[in-house]
Design a protein around this ligand. Structure first.
Ligand code: THU
Length: 136
């Protein structure tokens, strides 16, 4: 049986990363944390740029940290951002989540205490992915 997810710890890691967000343009600071199968947690925050389109979301930065550390099986993701409404991952992050954490459970939280529990597969049903490329 797989261990239950410590959402409180995961959300605390996301919140701590959010404190380091570099968001001088949007002033919308986001933190994210991913839980690997071995219990380790990897966090990220959004990192904006004066060339706006280069800005990176918290979720993708957390995923990159996990991958760079060698984590592969990712079980859960927590995201915290201002609200209401509770912010959910953007389309680009959903696509990357579908690639790297397809079976992950997701908790979206707003600073005012609202919570939304969902999953990567619910956020991006019928995702384009590796299998779509198999018919070349
Ligand atoms: N942002 C995230 O980090 N994650 C999301 O899921 C939505 C948006 C960031 C990107 C940008 O730095 C700021 O929030 C406003 O869009």
């Amino acid at each position: 049986m797989s261990r239950s997810i410590d959402w409180q710890a995961l959300l605390a890691a996301a919140r701590a990363a959010r404190a380091h967000a570099h968001a001088p343009y949007s002033r919308f600071a986001v933190g994210a944390a991913v839980l690997a199968a071995d219990g380790r947690i990897y966090a990220g925050c959004n990192v904006e740029n004066a060339s706006y389109g280069l800005s990176m979301c918290a979720e993708r930065n957390a995923l990159a940290a996990a991958i760079a550390a060698g984590a592969r099986s990712l079980r859960a993701v927590a995201v915290i951002a201002p609200g209401p409404p509770v912010a959910t991952p953007c389309g680009a992050c959903r696509q990357v989540l579908a690639e790297l954490a397809p079976r992950a459970a997701v908790l979206c939280a707003s600073l005012d205490g609202r919570r939304l529990r969902t999953s990567v597969s619910s956020l991006l049903p019928r995702a384009f992915g590796r299998r779509s490329l198999a018919t070349r």
